[in-house]
Ligand binder design. Structure first.
Ligand SMILES: Nc1ncnc2c1ncn2[C@@H]1O[C@H](COP(=O)(O)OP(=O)(O)OP(=O)(O)O)[C@@H](O)[C@H]1O
Length: 674
């Protein structure tokens, strides 16, 4: 459900509405049920406050009438009936109120989580490349969970207790203002101490949350498949465990400190409340005898019993109010962290006047028009807390190098003058296959990222079929551009679902056809569960070649107008290579393709080759034209493809153009340096 927070226009820095107003906005859709809760609380409090008056009447009018008359049984029955009925009614009101508050709180929480998730989905790729995944997860899980109690319990506790306290005070004053003063005498001191304790608890809470965020980040980093692989390869398992243990210890210490802070204070408050009745009896004695004031005839035994009952009833709500105020202070800090994420404006958004890409049978013309690009600076969040040095203790003892890291990553050094692409201009006609070649870091991947708007050109324009990609709806652009990346991402699910991700609603027959065309159907059928085989987290149960072919099956199912292909020969062996190559041939047929090419055959078959160096398009033409030119491509052709003898380099060796292969030494990877 979209809620006020999600729809509110992003506030400019410094003009962010105060946290409380935003929390109110969050609860706004639940005004009706909240009014009901308020009504329930007031009715329950008023009913409860009537009981002491009934108690007084039981003593002073029914049991021991102050006029010295006999016991009034008739009245007693009525009063007792009232004293039984009131707790019954308030208990029922309590159940209804509990249901409502739990519902409101959890619904508001769900709205907040959904709004945050939807907002993060809209954030541009750059945000995620610059932020630790663990930190994002921590805000979604820990921080939102942290404010949960405020939305569910705390608000009601405050409301309920405030009403109880106010109504009890009114009743106490009505009974005896002098005794009320005795009860309240130490309140100013308590409030003063409480404010100080609150500040300390708030500081501790902030540190606890930061520590929790760090723990989530460590878990996310260390216990992911890649993290475990890294730790195993470099034998860092113990160091990772130690790092976690230290943070865990810190967390325990903070929790303990937070729990103990104010304990002594609350013990004193409770003791004071416990001894107050004794003080009241004493003062009552002085009042009745006229030693204080002018003597009070009104101070009957019934009044005294009723007053001490009220005073005892006041104790819990007052202490709870004090405790809860501390919780609220803590939660406001967490709300701040959540709203900070919601206030981040996505850098790449659909224009209000965006229109869909018109349908076309022969479309897919791609045009780069004087494109300049530089990677945006990573955003820094106010709540982002610099983490301590990694493996601090271990590093100190081992003398290892320390790696500082923060929630926001360090900016990555870009190419010359900060520009990653400089005045790049080219056109790929519909149905053409274009190959981009160039040294590592020359900007090949970056160029392809501008087509589906993972990033926007800083200057110049990228067009599909003559339309600036920034004028297109995000949906139609995503439908028009398919991608097969070097490391295809598979989510934890069945193989069938992973392929169908490209087109939800695709039939099993369509999925199987795509898998057949991608040369992966037979392999899938060889698994015991066929298409229902679980891929495992990020597809780690599948080989590089299998993942590649699944990614190709996805694209075939999606049938985009434009295909962007990042060939990953170095992740394949020569056997799988043939299967992948065939699948790719089918995938590129009949659609415009831009390939970051690592295979000789891809480049030779390309209609046009673009040579990139330091973000500049230094040459373009066909294989023959560029060879004749003797420039960048001719150099790469000699260095990487042995002047046409080498087809590509794979995990198990080098494949030659004539089909022969030379196996590399086992364990050594033949990497492509193009
Ligand atoms: N997210 C990023 N933020 C900042 N700079 C980046 C980012 N991604 C890449 N770069 C820089 O942009 C430049 C071009 O990178 P790109 O990945 O496009 O090169 P490439 O030609 O595809 O390299 P390779 O063949 O090694 O994959 C490099 O200097 C790289 O460090």
């Amino acid at each position: 459900m979209s809620v006020a927070v999600a729809e509110a226009p992003p506030a400019a820095p410094g003009r962010t509405p105060p946290v409380l107003r935003r929390i109110a906005g969050l609860l706004a859709p639940y005004k009706g049920p909240m009014l009901l809760v308020l009504l329930a609380v007031v009715v329950a409090a008023v009913l409860t406050s009537i009981v002491p008056f009934l108690t007084r009447a039981v003593f002073d009018d029914a049991l021991f009438p102050t006029d010295g008359g006999p016991v009034n049984l008739g009245l007693l029955v009525w009063l007792v009936a009232g004293m039984i009925a009131i707790p019954l009614v308030t208990a029922m009101i309590g159940i209804a109120q509990n249901y409502l508050t739990t519902k409101i709180g959890n619904s508001a929480m769900a709205d907040l989580r959904s709004a945050l998730f939807a907002h993060l989905q809209r954030m541009e790729l750059a945000f995620f490349t610059a932020t630790k995944t663990g930190a994002i997860q921590s805000r979604l899980a820990n921080d939102v969970a942290g404010v949960r109690t405020v939305l569910t319990d705390t608000a009601t506790t405050i409301l309920q207790n405030s009403v109880t306290v106010v109504s009890a005070f009114i009743a106490m004053i009505l009974l005896s203002w002098q005794l009320t003063v005795i009860t309240l005498i130490l309140m100013p001191l308590f409030v003063f101490i409480q404010v100080r304790v609150g500040r300390r608890r708030q500081r501790l809470a902030r540190r606890t949350q930061e520590s929790l965020s760090e723990m989530t980040a460590i878990t996310e980093e260390a216990l992911s498949v890649s993290g475990i692989l890294l730790a195993k390869v470099f034998n860092r398992a113990e160091a990772e465990t130690e790092r976690y243990r230290l943070e865990n210890q810190n967390q325990t210490r903070l929790q303990l400190e937070a729990a103990m802070t104010g304990r002594a204070f609350f013990a004193i408050v409770q003791t004071f409340f416990a001894i107050t009745p004794a003080l009241i009896y004493l003062v009552a004695g002085f009042l009745i005898t006229g030693k204080i004031g002018a003597g009070s005839d009104l101070l009957t035994a019934g009044t005294l019993v009723a007053f001490t009952t009220l005073q005892a009833r006041l104790q819990m709500p007052l202490v709870q109010l004090m405790r809860v105020t501390l919780d609220v202070q803590t939660s406001l800090a967490l709300f701040g962290r959540i709203f900070e994420y919601l206030d981040l404006e996505p850098a790449i958004v659909e224009r209000p006047d965006a229109h869909p890409l018109p349908a076309s049978h022969h479309g897919g013309r791609i045009e780069f028009d004087h494109v300049w690009f530089r990677y945006p600076e990573p955003r820094t969040l106010a709540g982002a807390t610099p983490a301590g040095p990694r493996f601090a203790t271990v590093a100190a003892t081992e003398g290892a190098e320390l790696v500082e890291e923060t929630e926001t990553a360090e900016p990555v050094e870009s190419a010359l003058d900060g520009w990653t692409l400089r005045d790049v201009g080219f056109t790929v006609e519909p149905g053409q296959m274009a190959a981009i070649v160039g040294p590592s870091g020359s900007g090949k991947t970056t160029t392809t990222y501008l087509v589906p708007r993972f990033y926007d050109a800083t200057e110049g324009a990228v067009r599909i079929d003559g339309i600036d990609v920034r004028d297109l709806t995000m949906g139609s652009l995503a439908e028009a551009v398919g991608m097969v990346t070097q490391e295809p991402y598979l989510f934890h699910g069945t193989i069938g679902d992973n392929i169908a991700y490209a087109r939800p609603g695709a039939t099993r027959a369509e999925i199987e056809q795509a898998a057949r065309d991608a040369n992966i159907h037979d392999r899938i059928m060889s698994f015991a569960d066929g298409y229902d085989t679980i891929t495992g987290e990020r597809g780690y149960r599948l080989s590089g070649g299998e993942k590649q072919r699944l990614a190709i099956a996805r694209v075939l199912l999606m049938n985009p107008r434009v295909l962007i292909l990042d060939e990953a020969t170095s992740a394949l062996d020569t056997e799988t290579e043939r299967l992948v190559q065939e699948a790719l041939d089918r995938a590129t047929r009949g659609r415009t393709t831009i390939a970051i090419a690592h295979r000789l055959s891809t480049i030779q078959n390309a209609d046009v080759i673009f040579g990139l160096e330091d973000g500049i398009l230094v040459e373009q033409g066909t294989h023959a034209e560029l060879l004749a030119r003797g420039g960048l491509y001719a150099r790469l052709y000699v260095e990487q493809f042995g002047s046409g003898q080498v087809e590509g380099r794979f995990t198990d060796g080098v494949l030659f153009a004539d089909g022969t292969k030379i196996c590399e030494r086992p364990g050594r990877r033949a990497d492509v340096a193009v």
